[in-house]
Design a binder for this molecule. Structure first.
Ligand SMILES: Cc1cc2nc3c(=O)[nH]c(=O)nc-3n(C[C@H](O)[C@H](O)[C@H](O)COP(=O)(O)OP(=O)(O)OC[C@H]3O[C@@H](n4cnc5c(N)ncnc54)[C@H](O)[C@@H]3O)c2cc1C
Ligand code: FES
Length: 363
């Protein structure tokens, strides 16, 4: 059957089965068979450090691959409710048939803790297409510096592995910060790359060394960790906790080469020039649920959660759009840009919007 004919019959079948789309029926038979939904089967699970789980996923046929550094939204059902979170593949973009994700479990992290403890081979998880602009330029730079901290290793490791697969001839330096050798899920892989590419520099610094084997205890970022590098000619890709971002950004800004820095963060950090401490006022009303709260100045997503609501979210930092909802009325401020908005009946992202005075949201 040609693609257009199968698309036609699919649409007819989908319409006939509405309001239950075809995939709702197919998942009763086998959740790995889907008509339109993108999903992924977990084909391997490796709990290689006390706080992490590395999963190898085989996506369904709708998957179109990813660029190294991008992220996917992964979803799983916990106690009958579907939860989505963003994760960056750590595997090479040149091996798109499977995706390797490594999650670090947070003590009070709902999804990461659940998957660390419960995910198993054979399980089928929800997936969204890869997206994100934290990617290598199509024309690979001659000199690349990757800096990562903790779970932030995943997107830059994907870039490193992609360059290995390309047999990239340029200079590559990879500097990773992790608590200890025990807490490092990718020690073996980095050692393998270092052995295969002795012309590249790969270093790991331990910030909380726990044993005598944690010999390379450079601690937190210091400019001398980049000694000998010409940062003026390198493109720098950085992913890690806010303190690492701050230190590296300050260092590059001090050298006047901050334009060479490309960053990704896993948590929302309000830019210093946008953060304001004006007292919050007004009431926040959630129209669909008939709930109200005194505006406390937090994001609308946080205030909704504090009011007992459970709006959908993924990244909590304005990049995945899972939290979009209609603002019926009121003035809101974008936490990332500081821009205000008075338009009514407009979709806004709850995670990066805060109310300025009275505001009505349709959740
Ligand atoms: C683009 C992108 C890519 C990401 N890629 C990865 C990845 O490859 N591997 C990975 O482990 N995580 C990654 N994350 C983080 C991931 O999406 C989740 O935020 C994380 O797994 C925590 O989810 P949770 O449900 O366990 O925590 P939640 O229940 O949502 O939050 C619980 C608590 O943990 C805090 N918290 C949440 N995330 C972090 C964090 N990253 N660091 C410190 N505190 C946090 C929250 O502030 C909250 O207090 C990525 C995030 C983004 C936006
Ligand atoms: S949760 Fe991703 S944009 Fe709001």
């Amino acid at each position: 059957m040609t693609k257009s004919l199968s698309g036609f019959f699919g649409s007819v079948l989908e319409a006939a089965l509405t309001p239950h789309p075809v995939d709702r029926y197919l998942e009763l038979v086998d959740p790995r068979i889907t008509w339109t939904d993108l999903r992924a089967e977990v084909i391997a699970v490796d709990r290689r450090s006390p706080r992490s789980v590395t999963m190898t996923l085989r996506p369904t046929r709708q998957w179109t691959g990813f660029d190294a550094g991008q992220f996917v939204q992964l979803s799983t059902v916990i106690k009958g409710v579907r939860h989505s979170r963003c994760y960056s593949p750590a595997s090479s973009a040149h091996r798109p048939d499977t995706i390797e994700l490594t999650l670090t479990s947070h003590d009070d992290g709902f999804v990461s803790k659940h998957l660390r403890e419960n995910v198993r081979s054979g399980q089928v998880l929800g997936l969204q297409p890869a997206t994100g602009t934290f990617t290598l330029p199509a024309e690979r730079p001659d000199s690349l510096l990757f800096i990562s901290g903790g779970s932030g290793i995943t997107p830059v490791l994907s870039m490193l592995r992609t360059l290995v697969d390309e047999n990239h001839r340029g200079d590559v330096t990879f500097v990773h910060y992790t608590r200890s050798a025990e807490d490092h899920p990718y020690a073996t892989e980095l050692a393998e790359v270092a052995a295969a590419r002795p012309d590249w520099t790969i270093t790991t610094h331990f910030t909380r060394p726990t044993s005598e084997t944690d010999t390379d205890t450079g601690g937190h970022f210091r400019p001398d960790h980049l000694a000998g590098m010409d940062l003026g000619t390198s493109q720098v890709f950085l992913c890690g906790p806010p303190a690492l971002h701050q230190s590296v950004s300050d260092h590059l800004a001090g050298l006047g080469v901050e334009a060479n820095l490309h960053t990704e963060q896993f948590v929302l950090v309000t830019p210093a020039d946008v953060d304001d401490d004006a007292p919050a006022h007004g009431r926040l009303s959630f129209a669909a649920s008939g709930t109200e709260a005194q505006n406390n100045g937090d994001s609308i997503l946080e205030q909704a959660e504090n009011a007992g609501l459970t709006p959908e979210f993924g990244c909590r930092m304005g990049i995945c759009f899972s939290c979009s909802a209609v603002k019926k009325s009121g003035l809101t401020k974008n936490i990332l840009t500081g821009e205000t908005d008075t338009e009514s009946d407009k979709h806004i992202q709850l995670c990066i919007s805060k109310p300025v005075g009275d505001c009505v949201i349709d959740i």
